[in-house]
Design a protein around this ligand. Structure first.
Ligand code: 2AM
Length: 475
């Protein structure tokens, strides 16, 4: 056995990960169910480094040094289970199986438990950065045992993106922790993209700026606090002109956003955990609304599009910028709340600041801003919410006026801004001394005797709503 690590599933992501490892000097055993894909891979990329190709799974397993580390990169779901089943019988105690696909963390927990009985260490590994990242340096979130990370860590940290000499890869925690954090990462990505899209819409529909001008606005924004991969590519997309029609590319793309499901998972899990990730939820629902064709068509037949755009001056652009940054702070604060809650719920011991560290490069939400999040958790590991930490509190104070103006202006003009409005409502809700949840508690006690607590006394109370004198009694 000569290979340092094995990889089965040589579609684009798998091929690129294998090439990345080989380019870093690791000998990689490669396998694919359809053998021709493996031989094609070696023909095309064999010169990238040292590969050992095998046609059968047993030869593949035999070619890897023990304890073996094998990355599975096949379609999430049944294919993953099928490959795990086939491999299980061929492995020895202490071997490590890595699922690098986009699995739901609950599946990862289930697989980990099942494989533990066979003495196999199962690792759920979140890989972010798409095909390009897989080849040139992704952000890697590794779940699983310490034993597994000891074996995998050096290779994974080698192939990950590096920022200021620090790899964008880490051992996140046991079993499902890696896939959980990858899921929340994707949820945050949804929220970030929704806010960027709303900023574009408001500037175009209210301030009347054309896509080419907006590309310049985003380019400028990318030189300040907002500096990030998503803002950079937003500028690229807005500047792009469709070759066939000569029209702005954004005007020829069908306006119905698709989703593969990780955003939806994030919201589903957040509901179970009871964490208000309103930014992610609004983003998932906004995509869903955009694809609600029948309802959109029906509404457009009955109601005219309301566009009484109020006059705005040059300063509006700056208001949108500060609003975007403030709303982004809220969305990220919520996402980090979810990571902390998930970690508490599952006893994962996730270090929130470390997640910001490994998202600084390689992944889709990479941004200068993540350095600040890392610093915030370094200063205060048990930070209750990012929103109150000095740097972010300043961003919120400076962005508050812009955020209110963007929400009121857009609302008056009939431009939907669920992301901005949701962020502002969350911010306002946290700051209020009294919330109308008090009335909700009253209603619940009235119709269902659900009881309530009081502001002035300990205990649980119920009001005798049905009686004439309606006394408060201890429940
Ligand atoms: P294939 O080339 O033989 O189809 C993406 O689809 C990758 O997952 C491909 O490498 C594909 O192999 C692999 N794959 C999908 N389903 C699989 C299964 N049930 N068993 C093994 N590999 C599978």
């Amino acid at each position: 056995a000569t290979a340092d690590i094995g990889l089965t599933g040589l579609a684009v992501m798998g091929s690129n990960l294998a090439r990345n490892m080989a380019r870093h000097g690791h000998t990689v055993a490669v396998h694919n169910r359809t053998t021709s894909k493996m031989t094609d891979f070696l023909d095309a990329h064999g010169s990238d480094g040292d590969f050992v190709g095998s046609e059968s799974l047993s030869d593949f397993v035999a070619s890897i040094k023990q304890p073996r580390a094998i990355i599975i990169m096949v379609k999430a779901g049944e294919a993953t289970d099928a490959v795990i089943d086939e491999l299980t019988g061929l492995l020895d105690d202490g071997d490590i199986l890595v699922d690098a696909g986009n699995a739901h963390f609950a599946d990862t927990v289930r697989r980990q438990q099942a494989l533990e009985e066979h003495g196999i260490h199962f690792v759920g590994m979140g890989v972010s950065g798409g095909e390009e990242g897989a080849l040139n340096g992704p952000s890697i979130m590794v779940g699983g045992s310490d034993h597994a990370y000891e074996r995998l860590g050096p290779i994974v940290e080698d192939i990950a993106a590096q920022v200021d000499g620090t790899p964008c890869a880490a051992h996140v925690g046991p079993d499902g922790a890696g896939h959980f954090v990858k899921m929340v990462h994707n949820g945050i990505e949804y929220a970030d993209m929704q806010l960027i899209a709303e900023a574009y819409d408001v500037l175009r529909s209210v301030a009347g700026q054309e896509p080419a001008e907006l590309a310049e606005v985003f380019r400028r924004w990318n030189e300040g606090d907002l500096e990030s991969f998503l803002i950079e590519i937003a500028a690229d997309v807005l500047a792009h002109v469709d070759a066939d029609t000569g029209r702005p590319f954004v005007d020829v793309v069908a306006d119905s956003a698709e989703q593969k499901g990780t955003g939806r998972w994030t919201v589903q899990v957040a509901l179970d955990l009871g964490v208000p990730v309103t930014g992610i939820a609004e983003a998932v629902f906004a995509r869903s609304v955009s694809g609600h064709d029948a309802q959109r068509e029906a509404a457009q037949k009955v109601f005219e599009e309301k566009l009484d755009a109020p006059e705005v001056g040059e300063d509006f652009v700056e208001d949108v910028r500060t609003a975007l940054f403030a709303a982004k702070v809220v969305a990220y604060a919520q996402g980090f709340d979810m990571i902390v809650e998930g970690s508490n719920e599952h006893d994962w011991g996730i270090h929130a600041g470390e997640m910001a560290t490994i998202w600084r490069g390689g992944c889709i939400i990479r941004a200068k801003f993540l350095d600040r999040i890392r610093e915030a958790f370094d200063d205060e590991p048990d930070l209750t919410t990012l929103m109150t930490q000095e740097y972010f509190a300043t961003a919120l104070r400076e962005g508050e006026r812009g955020l209110r103006r963007v929400v009121t202006t857009a609302t008056a003009a009939g431009v939907p801004v669920p992301g901005f409005a949701g962020a502002l409502s969350y911010f306002d809700a946290l700051r209020r001394d009294r919330l109308p949840a008090a009335l909700i508690q009253g209603l619940r006690d009235n119709f269902g005797a659900h009881t309530y607590e009081r502001v002035d006394r300990d205990g649980t109370f119920h009001t005798q709503w049905a009686t004439d004198d309606r006394k408060e009694v201890e429940a």
